[in-house]
Design a protein around this ligand. Structure first.
Ligand SMILES: [Mg+2]
Length: 380
């Protein structure tokens, strides 16, 4: 790959079409950090950092990620002359511990650039084999079971292949019962607790077994794999881990302990596509199914998720809703659309397969910083 000449960081504010509530908080707008890497000939690769505003998913936040990129990750990358994603990832891992969402954004932008340079789709560069990916939807916590059931019914009718309900203690069994009743026994349904239960809540969680859920996602602590193993042994419903799997070693441990039968892979959470591929391959060898979760991404992050979800062991529908589910207007062209519950993988387009709407990105940007190889910390 050609050397990287500059890296541009931008922060955007995109209002959500509807506020999204999970067990740890509610979001009405999304602060989005975009990373653009530009090579010596002026070609660009784009990615989106999934770090949220508050540390209520994992410790990392958008402000911490910005600082990490600006102060350490981008200067190290630019001064090294490394441009290919795998060596870049090794370099960043050797000089900065943690900060996986920030590292992922930079690494994934390099992948996108490499795909463009090679004239292949990001999906195929990653080893994707599908031309379409099945789409599920995640519904935030609602005020009451009836409201949730109505929303679930509407989204089910829209064609989503799996309905996921956010739950927390006190907003669980009655809510799930109402949705199961409204959708019928056959509709694929799952729940996500975002680490809001404790080990002694097993009775409440066991009560979910009767709903035939496809999975119970991250019921216990965000950094736990051991207690999940004990819980899985007591439940029929497959446990899926999300927050607890932030690197390949966590996935190895979860497989050894039998903490989960399913893993939700978000490339931003695990440090990028290289780690996502490794976890995908490991899970495939051990018969553990994976799927691609969402982090309220704009069309850029969505493009990366679509590419990843085209890999063969992504056997459950991903949280890859079309653009209109979240945004009045996306920041890419064409916007992401869904038909009959599937999203097309742009396998014939180089790179991520959608164009960044630069005018809209400029309009929405609230801060921007250009870091270049000669003066890594110069401000624009
Ligand atoms: Mg989750």
């Amino acid at each position: 790959m050609l050397p990287i000449r500059k890296v541009t960081l931008r922060e955007l504010r995109l209002p959500l079409v509807e506020a999204f509530a999970i067990s740890t908080g509610t979001q009405a707008a999304r602060r989005i950090l975009l990373v653009e890497v530009t090579d010596a000939e002026g070609a660009s690769g784009w990615a989106e950092c999934v770090a949220p505003e508050h540390p209520n998913y994992l410790p990392e936040t958008i402000d911490i990620a910005w600082l990490s990129l600006q102060e350490w990750l981008v200067p190290h990358l630019l001064s090294s002359g490394v441009a290919a994603p795998a060596p870049a990832s090794r370099l960043l891992a050797s000089v900065v511990r943690g900060h996986r969402m920030a590292k992922a954004a930079l690494e994934m932008a390099l992948w996108e650039l490499e795909a463009r340079q090679q004239g292949v789709s990001l999906s195929r560069l990653l080893g994707g084999t599908r031309a379409q990916v099945e789409t599920g939807i995640s519904i935030g916590i609602q005020s009451d079971p009836e409201t949730l059931a109505r929303k679930a019914q509407r989204h089910h009718a829209e064609g989503y292949r799996r309905i996921k309900l956010k739950i927390k203690p006190g907003a669980d069994v009655r809510y799930v019962a109402a949705v199961r009743e409204a959708l019928g026994d056959e509709a694929p349904l799952s729940v996500d607790a975002n680490a809001s239960y404790r080990r002694n809540d097993v009775e409440a969680l066991r009560a979910l077994d009767r709903f035939g859920l496809a999975m119970l996602e991250q019921p216990l602590g965000w950094d736990d794999r051991r207690q999940h193993a004990a819980l899985q042994a007591e439940l029929r419903t497959p446990i899926c881990l999300d927050e607890s799997i932030r690197c390949l070693e966590h996935a190895q441990e979860a497989i050894e302990l039998q903490s989960a039968r399913i893993v939700n892979i978000k490339p931003g959470r695990v440090g990028g596509f290289g780690a996502a591929q490794a976890i995908h391959d490991l899970c495939q060898r051990h018969g553990v199914a994976v799927w691609c979760g969402g982090m309220l991404e704009s069309g850029i992050g969505r493009a990366h998720n679509v590419a990843l979800a085209s890999l063969p062991n992504f056997v459950h529908p991903g949280d890859i809703s079309p653009s209109r589910r979240y945004w009045e207007r996306d920041i890419v062209n064409p916007e992401w659309t869904m038909a009959n519950g599937v999203v097309d993988v742009p396998v014939h387009e180089p790179g991520m397969g959608v164009r960044v709407d630069l005018d809209r990105v400029d309009d929405l940007s609230v801060r921007q910083q250009v870091l270049d190889a000669t003066a890594p910390r110069s401000r624009s």
